[in-house]
Ligand binder design. Structure first.
Ligand SMILES: Nc1ncnc2c1ncn2[C@@H]1O[C@H](COP(=O)(O)OP(=O)(O)OP(=O)(O)O)[C@@H](O)[C@H]1O
Length: 719
């Protein structure tokens, strides 16, 4: 009874504290709104004054006046940004509290932690600490007892006497929980059992200790993060970007951060996380866009998506061999050495003659030699420019004319000293070597295979000066396993900044050209490598099911239970469609929001989309041309679904014919690991070999009344 009283009293105190915080936030919001309105009026008046008196003002007065207007606009913008943050805080002012008694300090204090800092403007007292502030590390990194955090004056040691977590929605306390341990399991369970939002959401309130270590790593120039499916890699990487923006705010802004994502749908899916954390959206890029920038005027090329389609739908052994060859680190070393030696081996200095004036071959050799450290085509341009300058000088000195045709003539002679006309010609010549014969196979007259796209871009970068991303100071690379060493070599040339590189070697979409953790580490030997092994996305049942498809002994599933995955045997194609329609119908009646129907290929997804549309269901169809993610019911391929998640997933065509190769196994694994709460697989004909384990009676549910299994699941599910 006494305990309940104490608890009630504490809750009462917390409610009062919340009300007080909301009051102070509201006061500040009103103040800012007043300030912004007043600024808007002042700016308007100043502009009108400027227009009215423009003629009477001299240059200095006008400049002064404009400067004043600019300053007012800047200050109003700052206030508007601050107002946005206050509005966000009013929704949920804080999610955690840690009571810390610093050693030698009699008082000690309660630190409330939220998505932003908030200080009372009157007293400057910090009422809410930003989750990224050093003191907030206490909340994520320590249990009760001895703890420390860094302050500008040094390390503050002391003791944590209590930790509390809150769920505040719309400014109202939904619940609070005391937790002496790390972020309480209860809160995490509640968060994980919720339905998926349309987009990826922030997880600040429940960041786990091992995840926090990744987020707050300040020292790594390159950080490689290997994490099992659903371990929070992408979420953590985005929180890390938010942390770095906070920690290095004087030198790093969102304009200097870039995210290299697998495709635009994924880019759109994660687009809300940084703004939710109070940061601006960063620029986003993918390898297809890098290819577009470099090759638009050079060659037509197969895209990554087209290559995946080709591989899944019809594996061409010779093409696979070419891919394998170009996906090795040795290939990069070979190509690099070959490019580097071209100038020495193939440049033949010769005399340059123009308008009866000459530059001897020795001069040519010496001049070419002076620019040794530059790429070969840049060296040729330098040489030609010097030759044009000298010869033109001599011609003009004699009183003759120098025409554009003379400049072109000199350039032609210089270019003739090197056998390759451009990077593409040079790249093709690389394959003249008998050891490499057959390794280059264009698709038609001017189109190159995807496997040649980045070797060619690398050749371009190494042979002539190219634009790079010099303004980018941090690059985040997601799905690292899908990029080859040559792609990393291109990244190294284009970005000379710190990087966070993350992925999962179990989720490669192309077994012929994927990179293992050790390969990537060899490319970035200076990198810190961290690993996340706990999987948070799916129920234990779904994770265990996926583990049977592709085992990863390091994976630790989170204890959260739900319906066992269903494998539904259908009598024919029509029956399969009917079953899928029933599952969609069940989903729409359930508490779940998002449903992903994930086929192996885009072609299969398209066919199913057509059939479902005819039956009156209109899921959002995502293919390689899609640029935005959509909530609700989504129909797509495993490759495109990568990185996404859904409350419920249906995997159609789980038969032996469809899922039979190692590549198919990857696709099946990716599709199944997209499910958070429910997973259903349908098939007609023999079940895929990768699902043989599911044929055992306990895990396989064939022709059962689905409602019954739902009831069973409800019992097992943790609420
Ligand atoms: N600490 C956490 N608190 C709450 N939710 C979490 C936490 N860590 C991960 N999650 C949830 O787990 C799910 C998976 O996260 P995320 O997509 O970032 O993982 P991933 O490792 O990139 O997955 P995959 O490689 O399979 O695409 C998300 O719903 C995310 O919100």
């Amino acid at each position: 009874m006494a305990l309940t009283d104490a608890r009630t009293r504490e809750e009462e105190q917390e409610r009062r504290h919340l009300a007080e915080t909301v009051h102070r936030l509201t006061t500040e919001l009103e103040h800012l709104t007043g300030y912004i309105d007043k600024s808007a009026r002042t700016i308007e008046e100043k502009k009108e004054h400027l227009w009215a008196n423009l003629r009477d003002m001299d240059f200095a007065e006008k400049a002064n006046f404009r400067h004043e207007v600019d300053l007012s606009v800047l200050s109003a913008e700052h206030a508007a940004m601050r107002r946005k943050r206050i509005e966000r805080l009013l929704e949920s002012p804080y999610f955690g509290r840690v009571d810390f008694h610093a050693r030698g300090d009699a008082g000690g204090g309660a630190y409330y932690i939220g998505v932003h800092n908030f200080s009372d403007p009157a007293t400057q007292e910090i009422l809410i600490h930003d989750w990224r502030a050093p003191v907030s590390g206490l909340f994520y990194d320590f249990e009760s007892g001895a703890a420390f955090f860094e302050t500008p004056e040094g390390t503050a040691h002391g003791e944590i006497t209590g930790k509390r977590q809150y769920k505040i929605v719309g400014g109202r306390l939904e619940y609070m929980l005391d937790s002496s341990l790390n972020i309480g399991d209860d809160v995490l369970q509640r968060e994980l059992s919720q339905s998926a939002d349309d987009r990826m959401k922030n997880i600040v309130a429940t960041i786990q200790r091992e995840q926090n270590a990744v987020i707050r790593n300040e020292t790594a120039r390159v950080l490689i993060l290997q994490g099992v499916a659903g371990s929070g890699k992408t979420s953590i990487a985005l929180h890390r970007v938010a942390f770095l923006l906070y920690r290095f705010k004087d030198t790093l802004s969102s304009d200097n951060v870039m995210i290299l994502s697998p495709n635009r749908v994924f880019g759109d899916y994660i687009a809300d996380v940084l703004p939710e954390l109070g940061e601006q959206q960063t620029a986003e890029i993918d390898f297809d866009r890098i290819a577009g920038t470099f090759l638009a005027e050079v060659a037509d090329y197969e895209t990554f998506g087209e290559q995946v389609v080709k591989l899944i739908e019809n594996v061409d052994e010779a093409a696979a061999e070419r891919m394998r060859h170009k996906a090795t680190p040795e290939f990069v070393t070979d190509l690099d050495a070959w490019i580097t030696s071209r100038a020495d081996e193939e440049f033949t200095p010769a005399e340059i003659k123009q308008k009866h004036h000459r530059l001897p071959a020795e001069w040519v050799a010496e001049t070419f030699d002076e620019s040794r450290n530059l790429p070969v085509f840049t060296r040729l341009d330098h040489l030609a420019n010097r030759a044009v300058y000298l010869l033109k000088q001599q011609v003009l000195d004699r009183g003759h004319k120098w025409a554009a045709a003379d400049t072109a003539g000199v350039r032609r002679q210089v270019r003739a000293m090197f056998p390759h006309k451009d990077a593409l010609a040079m790249y093709k010549a690389f394959y003249q070597d008998p050891d490499r014969r057959g390794m280059f196979k264009p698709l038609g007259r001017k189109k190159i295979e995807y496997a040649d796209v980045f070797p060619l871009i690398y050749t371009m970068i190494r042979t002539a000066r190219q634009e790079n991303y010099g303004h980018i100071r941090h690059l985040l690379v997601d799905e690292m396993q899908d990029y080859t060493p040559i792609q990393y070599a291109v990244l190294r040339e284009l970005f000379s900044c710190t990087m966070t590189i993350l992925g999962d070697s179990n989720q490669s979409v192309n077994p012929f050209s994927s990179s293992s953790l050790s390969t990537i580490h060899n490319i970035f030997p200076e990198a810190d490598c961290l690993e996340l092994c706990k999987s948070y996305r799916s129920t234990t049942e779904i994770t265990n099911f996926a583990q049977n498809i592709s085992r990863n002994d390091k994976l630790v599933p989170i204890e959260r239970h739900g319906l066992p995955p269903q494998v539904i045997a259908c009598t024919d194609q029509r029956d399969q469609q009917a079953r899928i329609l029933t599952l969609i119908e069940q989903h729409s009646r359930s508490e779940h929001r998002s449903l992903g129907i994930i086929c192996k290929t885009v072609t299969q997804a398209k066919t199913l989309h057509h059939a479902l549309s005819e039956a009156g269901v209109e899921p959002t169809f995502l293919d390689y041309d899609s640029t935005a993610f959509a909530g609700g019911i989504v129909l797509t391929s495993a490759h495109i679904a990568k990185g996404l998640e859904f409350d419920t997933v249906i995997v159609p065509h789980a038969d032996e014919e469809n899922y039979t190769t190692e590549m198919d196994r990857c696709m099946l694994y990716i599709a199944c690991t997209r499910a958070m709460h429910e997973l259903h697989l349908t098939h007609h004909g023999p079940l895929s070999r990768f699902l043989e384990f599911a044929e055992e009676p306990r895990s396989r549910i064939v022709d059962t009344e689905t409602a019954e299994s739902h009831d069973h699941a409800a019992d097992a599910r943790v609420s």
